[in-house]
Design a protein around this ligand. Sequence first.
Ligand SMILES: Nc1ncnc2c1ncn2[C@@H]1O[C@H](COP(=O)(O)OP(=O)(O)OP(=O)(O)O)[C@@H](O)[C@H]1O
Ligand SMILES: [Mg+2]
Length: 455
Amino acid sequence: MAKAKNIYFCQECGYESAKWMGQCPGCKSWNSFVEEPVVKTGGSSGSGGSRNSASVKPTRLSEVSLKTDERVFTDITELDRVLGGGIVRGSLVLVGGDPGIGKSTLLLQMCKTLAEKKKSVLYISGEESLQQIKMRADRLGAFREDIMMLCETNLDTIGDVVRKYQPEIVIIDSIQTMFKEDISAAPGSVSQVRESTNVLMQMAKGLGISIFIVGHVTKEGVVAGPRVLEHMVDTVLYFEGDRHASYRLLRAVKNRFGSTNEIGVFEMRSEGLVQVPNPSEYMLNGRPEGASGSVVSCAMEGTRPILVEIQALVCHTNFNMPRRTAAGTDYNRVNLLMAVLEKRLGMKLDSCDAYVNIAGGMRLNEPAIDLAIVCAIISSYKNFEISGKTIIFGEVGLTGEVRAVNMVEQRVMEAKKLGFSVCIVPQVNLKSLQKVDGIAVIGVSTVMDIMKYLK
Ligand SMILES: Nc1ncnc2c1ncn2[C@@H]1O[C@H](COP(=O)(O)OP(=O)(O)OP(=O)(O)O)[C@@H](O)[C@H]1O
Ligand SMILES: [Mg+2]
C-alpha cells in the first residue's frame, strides 16, 4: 500500500524540503514553496518489491547490438539536424517554448512527414480538442496518411493506449496538463510533472518508442517545473523567436545523441512552419542602402555561418545619464566596447545616447561580432556610410586589439556566396586563411587601424 507524505517543493527549481521556507536555498526565489503530497510507490525506482537479483547480469559492451533503424529521419532537415541526425528510437525529447511560438505546429508537421513514411504516430493532446487539431492540420495541408489522435490527460489511460496500439512515435502536448491518479497534486505541479515524465521515460525506454513532450516555459524562459525534468529527458529543444518576427529558431540545449551547437531556422507562415535553408539571405532582407550605422557581420550558429546586420544609432543625449540599449546582444558587452572606443579612439561617447540592435530579431552573444558593433557605432557617431559590400568580424579586447575568431574560412565563404566583395577580419587569422577568389580579405590588428578601411 502506498504511503502518503507531505513535502514542500520550490516551484521554480524543484528544491525539496521537509518544512516550509520563505526563500529557496536552491534558486533564492521568494515565496515559491508549495506543499505537495508525495507517494512512494516503491517499484518505480527499481529498488523495491519483487527483486530477483540472481537472474540479473551485466552485459558486455561488445554484445550490445545496434539495429539499423535506430534513427528515424523526419525529412524536415532543420529538425533532423538539431536532433543530431534524426529521431533516436526510445528517446525522450522535451520541446519547450513561449506560448504560441509554434510548438504544436512543429510537432504536427513532424507527424505529417513521419506518417508519409509509414511510421505509426500517436498525437496526444491535453490542451486542444480533436476539432482544433483538425483545424490546424487542415491549415498545414493535406495529411496523406492518417495519424492517430487522442485527447487525454490521464497518464494511466495513455499508458494502456500506447501499449495496445504500439505506435513508434508519441507526442505529448503538453506535460503540464498530464496527471497520474495516485498523486493528489494538481496537473502542472512539480510532483505531477516529475512523476509524469518518469512514467513517460519508462514507457520510452521499455517499449522502444520515441516520445516528444511539449513543455511550457516560465516567464524567465526555462521549462516550467523542476529542473530535474531537463536531466531526465535525453534531448531538450527550445523553440524560440521574436513574437513579432515571423522566423523561429529551434535550438538544442541538451542532446545525448548529438551536438547542441546546431540550430534550425523556420518561418511561420499561414500554411505552417517553412524551413529556411539559407538564413543569411533572410536576415539581410530589407537592409538599408547608404545609411550610417549599419554593418554586416558573420556569426556562427553551430557549424553554420549566419550573416546578420548590426545597427547602431548614436545621438546627442538630453539627460545627465546617457541611455544605452542593446537589442539582441549583451548590454554589458556593448558598454565595454563603447568604453574601449572612448579610451582608445578618444570618441566623446559620454554625452551620447547609443542604441545597438541586431536586425531581424536574432540574439547573438558571440564575441566575433564585437568589431562589427564597434564599426557600427563609429559609423553612426561620425555619420558616414560603410559600404554595403563589406563584411566585418573579429573579437575586440580591452586594449583595442582585434583578436582571432574561429572558423574564418566558413565565414568568408558565406560572405562570398552572398555577393560581398570585402571582408575585414582579424590580422592574426590571415595566416591560416587560404586565398579566396572574388573577395578581398583585409586583416586588422587594432580598432585604431580600422578607420582607414571603412571609408
Ligand atoms: N492562419 C495563420 N497564419 C499565420 N500564422 C498562424 C495562423 N494560425 C496560427 N498561426 C501561428 O501559429 C501560432 C500558434 O502555433 P501553435 O499553436 O503551434 O503554438 P504553441 O507553441 O503550440 O502554442 P501553445 O503554447 O498555446 O500550445 C500562432 O501564434 C501564430 O503565430
Ligand atoms: Mg500548443
